[in-house]
Design a protein around this ligand. Structure first.
Ligand SMILES: NC(=O)c1ccc[n+]([C@@H]2O[C@H](COP(=O)([O-])OP(=O)(O)OC[C@H]3O[C@@H](n4cnc5c(N)ncnc54)[C@H](OP(=O)(O)O)[C@@H]3O)[C@@H](O)[C@H]2O)c1
Length: 343
């Protein structure tokens, strides 16, 4: 199975580490022993193309030590993601580039659209294409008889879409809700401990949990992208993060946190999507959650998702402090699924 990787940041490099340096720790990865990475494309760090297979260990070493691929590396090129998706020979595109809300999930959606149109399979850890273009991309995948998998996009490696697909056959999902953005959950948890908003944001940045520009998290955009992806896939919606009724945590003050605590509650950024009179709605906003509610147990970088269906549930999926291995697993699990189904 020949793979084209778009992006070689935290997730791409963790995948490479698991498949090379740390391969002996993970015997379950054997279905991927014959995976051939034919290209790795980045935006500013150069790209590599080798039809015989890139040495992932060397690529990892170079990216870790220099922050880019050196021009002397065999197969070095400045090909872009769109060019690679449209011209190279591969079996699956693995979309690991950055989420762009401003560009409505592009160019990631175009990478996937191009791959599927050429009869290739697609895997995405980038939620942009699912949050903005799911209906179009999934029907394209269906029409060409190829797979479009994206387990990582909402809860890293925890089963969300696979659970729905494999274990809830015949059930109709009526609503989903949860706490899905770890950065805001961390900030609110620290504020409960008496840390100020700005200081908690800085801590999250220093830990690498929040980005240099924390706006995507703090203003609720990342959470809106996740609820939009969930609504599109599980509730058959055709919404984008711009359709979500979105309120971030920027206005939350220590006084708000104290007031909630006085009545035995915690403040959490809750995401929800539900069906009403045939229409699907999405909402992200801060809510007071009682200490006895399952959602209040999620602290730090954890997450929780509740799936409501007509026949089963509600079912709760919780995650305790996921790290990059969880995220990498989500993508590796999709690659194994594809390997077992198609190759
Ligand atoms: N980190 C997590 O725990 C996590 C969890 C779930 C999902 N995800 C999703 O997984 C994806 C990757 O995350 P990450 O943490 O690995 O991000 P990252 O560290 O910021 O790396 C992003 C990579 O994508 C490349 N890239 C960005 N735009 C590109 C473009 N237009 N064409 C080609 N390459 C491009 C970047 O290249 P340059 O460095 O050269 O710009 C970099 O190699 C994101 O969409 C993220 O939301 C991440």
């Amino acid at each position: 199975m020949r793979a084209l990787f778009i992006g070689f940041g935290n997730v791409g490099r963790t995948i490479a580490r698991i498949l090379t340096l740390e391969r002996s720790r993970f015997p379950g990865m054997s279905p991927l022993d014959d995976l051939v990475p034919v290209a790795i494309v980045t935006r500013r760090g150069g790209s590599l193309v080798d039809t015989k297979g890139i040495d992932l260990g060397l690529a990892l070493e170079e990216m870790d030590s220099r922050g880019r691929f050196p021009e002397g590396h065999p197969g070095y090129t400045d090909i872009t993601g769109v060019e690679a998706a449209g011209s190279l020979d591969y079996d699956v595109i693995v979309e690991l580039s950055t989420l762009s809300i401003e560009n409505r999930g592009e160019p990631a959606a175009t990478h996937i659209r191009t791959a599927l149109s050429r009869g290739r399979n697609a895997i995405s850890a980038n939620k942009g294409p699912i949050a903005f273009s799911y209906r179009e991309l999934s029907s394209l995948a269906k029409s060409v008889g190829k797979k479009f998998l994206f387990e990582t996009t909402v809860m890293d490696g925890a089963p969300v879409f696979n659970l729905r697909e494999s274990c809830l056959k015949g059930c109709v999902v009526t609503a989903v809700d949860g706490i899905l953005n770890s950065t805001t959950n961390y900030i609110l948890s620290r504020m409960e401990e008496g840390v100020g908003f700005a200081e908690a944001v800085k801590e999250a940045q220093d830990m690498g949990v929040a980005e240099a520009d924390p706006g995507n998290d703090v203003d609720g955009w990342d959470a809106s992208a996740k609820i939009s992806a969930l609504a599109n896939v599980l509730l058959d919606a055709d919404m984008t993060p711009l359709d979500v009724d979105r309120h971030g945590i920027a206005g939350v003050t220590p006084a708000d946190i104290r007031k909630a605590a006085e009545s035995g509650k915690k403040l959490k950024l809750v995401c929800k999507a539900w069906k009403e009179k045939g229409k699907v709605f999405g909402k992200v906003g801060v809510e007071e959650i009682s200490h006895s509610h399952h959602f209040s147990l999620v602290s730090g970088g954890g997450a929780v998702l509740r799936i409501h269906t007509d026949l089963m549930g509600p079912i709760l999926i919780t995650q305790e402090n996921p790290d990059l291995y969880d995220t990498a697993y989500g993508v590796l699990g999709d690659l194994i699924t594809l390997r077992q189904l198609c190759y």
